[in-house]
Design a protein around this ligand. Structure first.
Ligand code: A2P
Length: 193
């Protein structure tokens, strides 16, 4: 649901959420959630929501870890799910920053896996779900092989030392910034970047 104003499409989040709650009540949706919500937007939503979102899906990987959002979602029982868990290629090539990161590469060598697998496994060990996409069968298999091994626990805190770079995906850019209510990344993320 949207309302028009100042030539921009302003999302009416409470009304949209109300419609999603109705879908949940009717049994047509087993769970309802949101995407690209900052902690601030979640806080606003929780003030009017009857049903807490099951999930918030955002771009999430070792180079954009979003620790405050992670903590807020944890405190509210909202699962945080990562799209582009290998880093988005939109704008600045963040995927390169993830896969070429010296620490990620070093961990990969230590555990005998690829840098991509380490990035995915880091997400799982942080309690996120990860949604890698690939058109290559070999990479699909590689991305599935992140279950029966782990990154040593003592190495996990060192991931937080990785320099962060917020990219955000092309889709997010098109939907929110070009045509939507948020004209800058800071507006979209309420300054939480
Ligand atoms: P490819 O399809 O050629 O494997 P996003 O989730 O942001 O859309 O990104 C998915 C991108 O990540 C695709 O371009 C995909 O390329 C690439 N990718 C998926 N798995 C791997 C992997 N294991 N190693 C390197 N790149 C990968």
């Amino acid at each position: 649901m949207v309302v028009k104003g100042e030539n921009l499409t302003q999302p009416d989040i409470p009304a949209t959420w109300g419609a999603m709650e109705a879908l949940y009540d009717s049994g047509k949706a087993k769970a309802i959630g949101v995407s690209n919500f900052s902690a601030n937007k979640l806080r606003d939503l929780l003030e009017v929501a009857r049903i807490t979102p099951a999930v918030n899906q955002v771009e999430l990987h070792p180079v954009w870890q979003q620790p405050q959002l992670h903590e807020f979602c944890d405190s509210k029982g909202i699962h945080l799910s990562g799209y582009s868990p290998l880093g988005s290629q939109a704008g600045e090539n963040v995927r390169k920053k993830v896969l070429d990161n010296p620490f990620v590469k070093w961990v990969a060598q230590e555990v005998g896996k690829s840098a991509a697998q380490v990035a995915l496994r880091w997400g799982l060990q942080m309690g996120h779900s990860v949604l890698p996409k690939s058109i290559s069968e070999a990479r699909l298999k590689e991305n599935l092989d992140v279950i029966n091994w782990s990154i040593p626990q003592e190495l996990l805190p060192r991931f937080s030392l990785i320099e962060q770079a917020c990219s955000n995906s092309f889709i997010c850019f098109m939907l929110h910034i070009s045509y939507g209510a948020y004209r800058t990344m800071e507006e979209l993320w309420d300054g939480e970047i």
